[in-house]
Each structure stands twice: as C-alpha cells, then as structure tokens.
Design a protein around this ligand. Sequence first.
Ligand SMILES: Cc1ncc(COP(=O)(O)O)c(C=O)c1O
Length: 445
Amino acid sequence: MQTSTNQSLRPLTTKINDKGNIEIGGCDTVDLVNKYGTPLYVIDEVTLRSVCRDYKKAFSSYDKVKLLYASKALCSLATSAIIAEEGFGFDAVSGGEIYTIHKAGVPMGRVLFNGNNKSADELLLALELGVGRISVDNFFELALLDELAKSKGKNVDVLLRITPGIECHTHEYIQTGHLDSKFGFDLTQIDEAVDLILSTYSTLNIKGLHAHIGSQIFETKVFDDEIEILVKEMARINDKFGLKLDEMNIGGGLGVKYIESDLPPSVYEIAEIIISKINSAAEKYNIPKPVLYLEPGRSIISTSGVTLYSIGSSKQVPHGKKYVAVDGGMADNARPSMYQAEYSAVLANNPEGDNLQNVTIAGRFCESGDILIKSISLPEICEGDILCVFNTGAYNYSMASNYNRVEKSAMVLVNNSQSDIIINRETLDDLVSHDMIPDRLRANV
Ligand SMILES: Cc1ncc(COP(=O)(O)O)c(C=O)c1O
C-alpha cells in the first residue's frame, strides 16, 4: 500500500545540512531562529501540499468526493490560501474561521459551517457570506437558523449532524461520535428533526447527514461502521419521508505520527476502505452512491509544522529528573497538558550529538503541568540550544492562548530556501491593546 505524508514524523523536506543543523524547506532552522526569534512555528509548504495531493489522489476514483479541510486544526490566511489552491473546501466552526477563510479569498460556496452552539451573529455572517452548507447540530439551532434565514430572505442547504454511537479508541476528549456526546442529534431524534424541517422550517433544505467520530484515529474499522450507519439512516429517511438525501459527510479524524511508535494508516488505505464500504452499503440499502464529504484537519496540517524553542534554564532534581526548560509551552501547545499528547523533538543545532541523556522538557508557564515532553533522550544540552518539536502544525497555534500574558508566537512558511512570515509575533502592545482603564481609576494610579 502506498504511504502518505501523515505517516511521516517530520516534514518531508527535513534534512541535516552541512552546518550540522536541521533544515526544513531549504531553510536552516538556526537561521530562522536568528531572524524571527523563538518560539517559532514553522510550516513547510511542500509537506502541506503533498498531503493535500495524497487525499486528492487517494479519493480520485470516487467521482462524487468533496474534500474539506477542518480549519480548526490551524486557520490562517496563508495556509487557507494554499489549501484552497490545492482544490479543497473548508469546514469552519466559528465566525472567526469563516471570516479568515473569506479574507483568504476562498469562494464561500466551498465552506461548511459546523458546531454545537453557533451564535446568531455567526449564523448571520455565514448567511451573508453565503457559505455552501450549514451542518445543523440540535433542535435549538434548527429554529434559530430558520428564523435568521427568514429575516434575510434566504434558503439554506443543511446537513444534519448526527451522533452515530461509535466509540473509537482515542483520547476521551477527542472522541465525538459516541452516544453520550455533546455533538449532534441522537439517532432516536433524527426523525423529529427531519419532520420539523419539512413541516415547519421552510428555509432549510436538507441535503444529507454529517457525523464525525473522533480524532487521531488509527483503526480503520470505525470508518466502516460509521458509513454503514450513515448510509442506512439516509436510506431509511428517504423511504420514510419521500426524500432524496444524497450527501454524506463522514468528518475527519485520520491520525498522524507524533512519536516513532505511532503507526497511522495511510490516506490511500483509508480511501480504499471508505470507497469500498460506500459502494457496498449503497448497494445494500439501495440508494445511489452519495456525494462524499471528508473533513480532515490534523492529517492535513500537522506534519508540515514544527515549533522551534530556545532552551533556557535546566534543573537536576537530586535523585530525580532533569528538567530542561524552553521559552514556550502550554500556551503555544496545549495538547500535552490537556490530553497527555506526546511529541518527538531534536536539538535543531545538534541533531546528531552523542552523550545522550534523558530529560523532561518543561514549559515556561506557571503550572506544574506545563510539561511539553515527559521523557526524551537528547545530547548534552547547553543554554541557547534550539529544540525542534515535530508535528506541531495541528491544534497548536489554533489552541494558543496568552496565558501569563505572554505574546503569541510567530509563524513562518518555508519553501525553496525562502521563509515568509505568515503570522506576526504578538507584541507587548498587542497584549494591552484591548484593555481599558476607566477614567475614574486612571486618576488614582
Ligand atoms: C466535525 C469535525 N470535523 C472534522 C474534524 C477534524 O478532525 P481531525 O483534525 O482529527 O481530522 C473535527 C475535529 O474535532 C470535527 O469535530
């Protein structure tokens, strides 16, 4: 089976150059740090485009496929422009993501708006900008969207987000398709929702069903189970309500390789399983082959990203661990403290050094839980060394915060030995730019 980019631990262009430093996209990472500072998110354009092409090629035999990128994984103007150029549409989950995608110049018909508690303002923005589909999540939203669409004199094409009742073996916080989930209509509520759309919510035009079962998935069987349920439900709804639902969104979820022992399936393997299952299920339940929407996030953007940190203090606990602290941590990468995510790293300026020692990489934020990597073997570390953490493209910047009032990191795009800033580093002034001191307090300071 052909391999795909999500199975690589590092960006595809990663090398050790003749200075002995890690190079990505033809750029020496030490030079990047000297030019842009740390922490620094780096996105390798070749890797990003390569995985988009894997998806296109892998699903090319299914002529009704629509590839959406789940922009929650990382949403920026430049990455949106690249992904759109590769022919993808977008799954957005907020007004901010919709606005960013719009500003990147993406045709809004290619966008699906999804989420369990979209606000009226966000729905209005989606209607005004003309997003292609809205995935409706619950009864409250059905009523709200219909009311807003009526006020704007618009009709809306919708998918019904359902909870298919599938447990996948991933972290509890990134499972979404199990029965007791906050997302979507329970299977037993679908008929009531369809009935309401047909009888009451005249602006809503139901096109199909949507589910997403979880993230960082390595098993393939769960997609099989999901498709079985979606196709069966579509056939049943069509029969019962005399409809012709022909769109099925199976979400995202394909995993990536964060550490050596992670063995995610390739995009090609997943595509084969998904396509053959749709064909057999469509035949079994006697419906035409549906339009297939996929919305991968992590597997599109993760591998292209690394984060460069400067190493500062270190501390040997007597008879205990050696802690090595970097100048970032849980505010630029929340995943280790949030769900014990693991990462691989090397010293960017000494990737092949010997004298390996086991250390714990600590973040700089004021929480004991701010540990980026619990245990890693690195060459002897000196102050000023640069740590390159791999596979940080997804759910790092997009989850970043200003905890401890630390400025958010910059992001550069590298390709062909060229580096371009795509997100500026925040400044101290940015940090206070939204603060106000009421005049009555100012007088007393
Ligand atoms: C509805 C939906 N679609 C797509 C995704 C993207 O998942 P992933 O990044 O695992 O591919 C998510 C992630 O949580 C999601 O909730």
